[in-house]
Design a binder for this molecule. Structure first.
Ligand code: SF4
Length: 377
C-alpha cells in the first residue's frame, strides 16, 4: 500500500475485523498508547468493529494532555515578560494553566508566536538579539530530536538569547507505571509507532518479558490499528508476550540512530510529573549538564512553581486506562473543548476531546449543544 486511502479501505477493515473475531476465544483488554491512535479509533469507530469481548483502553500518549499545570504556569509567567518572545506549537496556546493560558497572554499584548519548528524559534533569536527567545519544548520522544537540534545549534553558534522550557516525557516508564499498578487492567499494548520511529523498540522488550505482556508497535491509520489488534490478540491467545512490529513501513528495531545519539548528548533522563497522573521516576528528559545554560526555567527562575489540578477531573484515571471519558461527571457539561477542566479535554488527541467530538450520542442529556461550542464534527 502506498497511499493514505489504502489504509482506510472499508472492505479490508471488515476482513481484518473478521480475522480478529475468529482469533478471539475469551475477553482481552488492550491499550493503545498514543493519543493519535485513540483519535483514529474513536473517529473511525474501530472499537465498534471489534468483537464485544475485546476492550480497548486509551493510554497516556497525548503530549499536550500530560504537560503539567506547573509548566503551563511557568510558560505564562515567562511569556508575560516584556523582554521575551515566547514561541510554541499552536496546540499549546489554549491549554489552561491554573489561572491563564498563552492565548490570553498574547491577547494581553505578550509577544507569543506560533512556530512550526524549534529551528524557527532559533531563527527568531538570531533576528532579535536584544530579546530573550524561549521555545516551549514539550512532547514525547518524537518531538525531542528537533528540540535537541535547536539547543545544540544554539550552543555551537553561541546564541545566548535562546532558551527552552523543557517538559519532555518518555513512553516506556509510563507503560511500566500502568503495568505495575494494582489497578492495572491492560493485557496487551499497541505501542506508539511514531515514538518507535525515533527510539526503535528495544526498550519495550524487557517490559514484555517482565510483565508477560504482548506489545505491538502500531501505526495510526484504521488498518494499522486493526492489524495491531489482530497481532496482539494472536499473541494473547497463544500465551506469547513479545514485541512485534506492525508499523514496518516506518519503524526499525534500533530506531533512528543519529536522532538517538543527539538526544543522549543534549538531554538526560529525569523524573517527570505527568499532568493528571503525578510524578513517574525516570520518565522525562531534561537538559544535560553541558546545555543547562539554555534551560528557560532556570534562566527566568520559575522552576520551583507548583499547582493543583481541578479536583473534579479524573483525567489521570483515563490516561491510565482505569476509566473512560463518559464516566466523568463533568464530561460534556462543565468540561468541553472550549472550557476544558482537565488534561484529556485540552487537546484534540485527548480521549475526552475525541469522545466529545465524535460520540455525541454518548453525551449526558443535559449537555449543552456542541454546535454552540463550535466544535463541528
Ligand atoms: S471530561 Fe474534563 S473533567 Fe472529566 S476527565 Fe475529561 S478532562 Fe477531566
Amino acid at each position: 500500500m502506498k497511499y493514505l486511502d489504502e489504509y482506510r479501505d472499508a472492505a479490508t477493515a471488515r476482513t481484518l475485523a473478521g480475522a480478529i473475531a475468529r482469533a478471539t476465544t475469551r475477553p482481552w483488554t488492550i491499550m493503545e498508547v498514543c493519543g493519535g491512535q485513540t483519535h483514529a479509533i474513536v473517529r473511525f469507530g474501530i472499537d465498534t468493529l471489534l468483537p464485544p469481548h475485546i476492550t480497548l483502553l486509551h493510554g497516556p500518549g497525548c503530549p499536550v494532555c500530560v504537560t503539567p499545570l506547573e509548566v503551563l504556569d511557568q510558560a505564562v509567567a515567562i511569556a508575560s515578560r516584556p523582554d521575551v518572545i515566547f514561541c510554541s506549537f499552536g496546540d499549546m496556546l489554549r491549554v489552561p494553566g491554573s489561572t491563564s493560558d498563552l492565548f490570553q497572554v498574547k491577547s494581553n499584548g505578550g509577544d507569543v508566536r506560533i512556530v512550526y519548528s524549534p529551528i524557527d524559534a532559533l531563527q527568531i533569536a538570531r533576528e532579535n538579539p536584544k530579546k530573550e527567545v524561549v521555545f516551549l519544548a514539550v512532547g514525547f520522544e518524537t518531538t525531542a530530536p528537533a528540540n535537541a537540534m535547536a539547543v545544540h545549534r544554539a550552543k555551537e553558534e553561541g546564541i545566548a538569547n535562546f532558551s527552552v522550557l523543557v517538559s519532555h516525557v518518555l513512553v516506556p516508564p509510563a507503560m511500566e507505571a500502568i503495568l505495575s499498578s494494582r489497578k492495572n487492567r491492560v493485557q496487551g499494548f499497541l505501542a506508539a509507532g511514531h515514538v518507535c520511529t525515533i527510539m526503535g523498540y528495544t526498550e519495550y522488550e524487557p517490559l514484555a518479558r517482565k510483565y508477560h505482556v504482548p506489545i505491538v508497535v502500531t501505526g495510526f491509520e484504521p488498518l494499522d490499528i486493526l492489524q495491531g489488534v489482530h497481532m496482539c490478540v494472536q499473541q494473547l491467545e497463544e500465551g506469547r508476550a513479545e514485541v512485534e512490529n506492525q508499523y514496518v513501513r516506518s519503524v526499525r528495531r534500533e530506531g533512528n540512530v543519529p536522532a538517538r545519539a543527539l538526544l543522549s548528548e543534549v538531554f538526560t533522563v529525569v523524573p517527570r510529573k505527568w499532568r493528571g497522573i503525578g510524578e513517574i521516576p525516570a520518565s522525562g528528559l531534561g537538559l544535560a549538564p553541558p546545555y543547562v545554560a539554555f534551560d528557560a526555567a532556570r534562566r527566568f527562575e520559575v522552576d520551583r512553581h507548583t499547582a493543583e489540578e481541578n479536583p473534579e477531573c479524573i483525567s489521570g484515571l483515563i490516561l491510565q486506562g482505569i476509566r473512560k471519558p463518559q464516566e466523568c461527571s463533568a464530561f460534556g457539561t462543565k468540561c468541553t473543548p472550549l472550557h476544558p477542566l482537565g488534561a484529556t479535554m485540552v487537546s484534540s488527541e485527548g480521549a475526552c476531546a475525541a469522545y466529545y467530538k465524535y460520540r455525541r450520542h454518548e453525551l449526558p442529556t443535559a449537555a449543552p449543544s456542541r454546535a454552540a461550542e463550535g466544535t463541528g464534527a
